[in-house]
Design a protein around this ligand. Structure first.
Ligand SMILES: *Cc1c(COP(=O)(O)O)cnc(C)c1O
Length: 365
């Protein structure tokens, strides 16, 4: 894999002045719903560093309940949630086994090194889905000169891998194997509700064997700000210390948690619509000469497709899209990424396909 030309979660495509742009860069661009804005205005608040914000406390209790974990912690970003979890699980000088496209090693600066003092041990896996057989071979032998494995971290859905979803049995086998080897497993579940929707299961079921889970309220669930970390009571007590150390101790953050509660309770039910739209886009793109995508592999709200056959690289392709008010970015020079979300309708997807056909010079295909 090459370095992403445009980092997907970092908006860098040209923003046209028109409000009618179809923004497929990420589900992070979703706007809070009117109901969220009202709840924010009316939220009952307190000082959360004193743990006295009733709305934050309610959000943490509800998340713990839904995920069937002992405790939860509200954090400003998914990045902070991942990095706090890693810091709790590891010691300086250790290694973390992950897939090579993992968000936490590609798009979160070098925080694993800077904050936890660890190095990643990345493995390539087809569609970003690791198997226990691969991981097992990368666990460091107990030689004093080898960095010892401290953690295994999975991502579900796989953001840079095209929104792929771990089959439950594959993730369970990894967790069981890791635990037998005495290792904890963290789940970067930024889009775990998309994974649950794709599998037709609950987030609790997906999260059951993981020692810690992070998920984002601010992506497909449309909250303006916020992510959650979940785990045992002991894990969350330690996470609270590192949240403060990273500057994530907020005061009347119930204002944000109020939107988060609506995101958590109401938004998961509509994610299937985003998945249907992603599939519609994928099937349409598969028909366009020069574009390579296996539509059957599109399982959630993210699609990654190769534009090499169009004679354009992703920078040129993105620029041509932007000229026609469609915003998207590449994950490298060859592969574009589209993400569907609350603010993308079926009509927007049909319009996007028309734009892609035009820029590829195959309007009548
Ligand atoms: C977005 C994302 C994160 C980080 O969330 P931020 O709130 O943008 O810091 C972590 N992991 C994955 C897989 C993501 O998609």
């Amino acid at each position: 894999m090459t370095t992403p030309a445009i980092e997907p979660e970092v908006a860098s495509a040209d923003k046209p002045s028109t409000k009618r742009a179809i923004d497929l860069r990420s589900d992070t661009v979703t706007q809070p719903t009117p109901e969220m804005r009202r709840a924010m205005a009316e939220a009952e608040v307190g000082d959360d560093v004193y743990r006295e914000d009733p709305t934050v406390n309610r959000l943490e209790q509800r998340a713990a309940q839904i995920f069937e974990k002992e405790a939860a912690l509200f954090v400003p970003t998914g990045t902070m949630g991942n990095q706090i979890s890693i810091r709790v699980h590891t010691h300086h000088g250790q290694e973390i086994i992950c897939e090579e496209r993992a968000h936490f090693i590609n798009l979160e600066s070098a925080t694993v090194a800077a904050f936890s003092g660890c190095q990643p041990r990345p493995i390539y896996a087809e569609d970003g889905i690791l198997r226990w057989e691969q991981i097992k071979k990368k666990i460091a032998p107990p030689a004093y000169y080898r960095a010892q494995t401290g953690l295994i971290a999975l991502e579900n859905t796989g953001s840079l891998a095209g929104g792929t979803v771990y089959p439950q049995s594959v993730a369970d086998e990894i967790c069981d194997g890791a635990h037998d080897a005495g290792l904890p497993v963290h789940l970067d579940g930024a889009r775990i509700f998309n994974a649950a929707t794709a599998l037709g299961t609950s987030v609790a079921q997906i999260a059951r064997k993981f020692d810690s889970v992070m998920f984002c309220l601010s992506k497909g669930l449309a909250a303006p700000v916020g992510s959650m970390v979940l785990g045992s009571k002991k894990f969350i007590e330690k996470a609270l210390v590192f949240r403060k150390a990273l500057g994530g101790g907020m005061r009347q953050s119930g204002i944000l948690a109020a939107a988060g509660l609506i995101a958590l309770e109401k938004m998961p039910a509509r994610l299937k619509e985003d998945h249907d739209n992603a599939r519609l886009l994928a099937e349409g793109l598969a028909q366009i000469p020069g574009i390579k995508i296996d539509a059957k592999k599109v399982a959630s709200n993210i699609l990654v497709f190769d534009v090499t056959g169009t004679g354009m690289n992703t920078t040129e392709f993105s620029r041509k899209l932007a000229e026609k008010s469609v915003l998207a970015g590449g994950i490298d020079a060859q592969q574009m990424r589209f993400v569907t979300h609350l603010d993308i309708s079926r009509a927007d997807c049909l319009k996007t396909l028309e734009v892609v056909r035009t820029i590829c010079g195959s309007e009548r295909s």
